[in-house]
Ligand binder design. Sequence first.
Ligand code: GSH
Length: 212
Amino acid sequence: MKIYDWPTGPYPARVRIALTEKGMESEIAFETVDLWKGEHKMAGFLKKNYSGTLPVLELDDGAFIAECTAITEYFDNLDGNPILTGNTSREKGDIHMMSKRAELEVMDAVSVYFHHATPGLGPDVELYQNNEWGLRQRDKALRGMRYFDSVLRERSFVAGDKFSMADITLVGGLIFAAIVDLPVPGECTALLAWYERMKERPSVSKQLALKA
Ligand SMILES: N[C@@H](CCC(=O)N[C@@H](CS)C(=O)NCC(=O)O)C(=O)O
């Protein structure tokens, strides 16, 4: 199996963290696609992933799976021990909901801020930018951080009492926020404490040690 990615990219980080949690990294070959050169928007890559984003998993039969959540689910179920995406219907529902929420309210919002209200990947790649939309999404991300702070005041992990894909998604959001200099508001003490705990996990610390 092969993953097309950008090693320090915040979305690819989610899949790399999941692979380390599953102990599966050695089973995967990684191929870098240069975001700064816009290689992810070129015709050859768009055949692999219509959305023109990283990461993308290529299976041994030549099929492609895009989207961090889909790739994580695929790996998590390969060994019949889905520790990241849930065993029971209830766990699966809670994890899916909270992971989606971490994407919508934090990670994707930070991404829109990066692509629209900062230079993003540069003028050759960012063909349309809307500063006002980007700034609104920055504010949405900050509201999302406050929401997750309230969640983490009540529980140890994003989707309940166990580490899951939902934690990985929120970690990805905070990795991206740090890249774009969007700090977690200081009053979000539960979110900040949770993030410190996440950084103690080998999967997360290994990812954070990678340098751009
Ligand atoms: N919904 C996608 C988003 C992936 C994504 O935005 N990846 C970033 C890499 S860090 C990317 O390809 N950005 C380039 C762009 O949007 O032009 C997923 O979860 O995999």
